[in-house]
Design a protein around this ligand. Structure first.
Ligand code: SF4
Length: 400
């Protein structure tokens, strides 16, 4: 593999509400919604807080969390108070660290088609992990995925330990292993998942800098104990979700994950009992049929060109970036339909870290020293085919 050409600084930790991250635009406050969903009351309240204390947008992350950007130091305390009033605040930074759990957002409401209620599994994971001295050493980016439906909805979503289903039973699988161990029941699945997490810590998965991921640990030769391994294959993966009606509800995409607070308030008023936050920068509204939501930051059509391109925060929000990203992403989106094969994706990344898509894309544009390097069919850190392009030059190459 090529060495990174423009290595970014890696922070290795994620912001929270109690422990926000400073950016050039002010604090970034991350909210981890309980069960991966907001009630209508929480959603409208969050929209009001984002308008009062942030930039008036709520950002959807690829871990199904929400972020308010541009918070002044002096506004952090009232924002925290507002989040607490909405039931969107953990007790402390340690508790919010242990909520790095992504749950299938398309699960039915209430008791469901799944072998065991996913929300119950997540609650048990959190409860048993909080206060555990061994698990306190897990890196902040280390996460769990609960994806136990008949088709896996989160196969593309990063997660170090996965609870899935196989032929009517629950299965626990380390990320990067093709197969996992069948659990006797939900309680056993939680026990196995935490045993795997403890093994990860005890076997040296956490580096001296406090970082580490399961995939890299296994790639370096670590082998989980037999008691945590098995030969069961998880249920097949579902296709990547698209906006539109599905599973008795409506899925709405958000351009570049930047949800206008006014649009969040509109979603809160649809009558959906909850707004499910997905890791695909989409929100699923159970029980909602088609309604007049398109426009603003919301996308309802699966063939919208903006869905063909992903872009990270870029400048000025991220200190690693020397370029803005979303303006160019919007400009190239309509040009991608004729110039890229159907289904191919483009990626505009502020630097070689590739936060928005740490994987290959058909076309990747990486910011460097105020210009863009162009990579064809590779990840952001691979060797560029063209270097030092202005946005105008990129548009010319794409026929704009
Ligand atoms: S990829 Fe984008 S968001 Fe991530 S560090 Fe680089 S500029 Fe920042």
């Amino acid at each position: 593999m090529s060495a990174p050409i423009n290595a970014p600084a890696v922070k290795g930790w994620c912001p929270g509400a109690h422990r926000p991250m400073m950016s050039a635009e002010g604090l970034v406050v991350r909210i981890r919604p309980p069960r991966g969903e907001l009630t209508a009351h929480q959603a409208s309240g969050l929209a009001a807080l984002a308008t009062a204390y942030g930039h008036g947008t709520v950002e959807l992350t690829n871990r199904a969390n929400l972020q308010i950007r541009g918070v002044a130091d002096a506004h952090h305390a009232p924002l925290i108070e507002g989040l607490d009033g909405l039931g969107l605040l953990d007790a402390d930074a340690d508790a919010e660290r242990h909520r790095n759990i992504v749950i299938d957002p398309f699960r039915p409401l209430g008791e469901d088609r799944q072998t065991v209620c996913a929300e119950h599994l997540a609650a048990q994971l959190r409860a048993q992990a909080t206060g555990d001295a061994d698990l306190a050493r897990l890196p902040s980016k280390f996460g769990f995925v609960i994806d136990a439906g008949p088709r896996r909805q989160l196969a593309e979503v990063s997660g170090d330990i996965r609870i899935e289903a196989a032929a009517g039973a629950l299965l626990v699988r380390a990320d990067a292993m093709a197969t996992g161990r069948i659990a006797r029941d939900g309680e056993d699945a939680v026990r196995l998942a935490l045993e795997l997490a403890r093994w990860f810590v005890a076997s040296g998965g956490v580096g001296a800098d406090g970082r580490g991921r399961m995939r890299a640990h296994l790639a370096a030769g670590a082998q989980p104990p037999d008691a945590c391994c098995g030969a069961a294959q998880p249920n097949p993966a579902a296709p990547r979700p698209q906006p539109g009606p599905r599973d008795g509800g409506l899925t709405v995409a958000v351009a570049f994950g930047q949800l206008d607070a006014a649009d969040l308030a509109r979603l809160a008023a649809t009558g959906a009992p909850v707004l499910r936050i997905t890791p695909y920068r989409m929100i699923h509204l159970p029980g909602v049929s088609t309604c007049a939501l398109a426009g603003g930051s919301l996308i309802l059509a699966g063939d919208d060109p903006l869905l063909r391109v992903v872009a990270c925060t870029g400048a000025p929000g991220c200190p690693q970036a020397s370029v803005t990203t979303r303006d160019l992403a919007r400009a190239i989106a309509p040009l991608l339909v004729p110039s890229l094969p159907a289904g191919a994706t483009a990626h505009v990344s502020g630097c070689a870290k590739g936060c928005a898509l740490p994987a290959p894309a058909a076309l990747t544009l990486v910011g460097r020293d105020g210009r863009f390097d162009l990579i064809s069919h590779g990840p952001p850190w691979s060797e560029p085919a063209r270097r030092g392009l202005t946005p105008g030059a990129v548009l010319s190459i794409l026929g704009g």
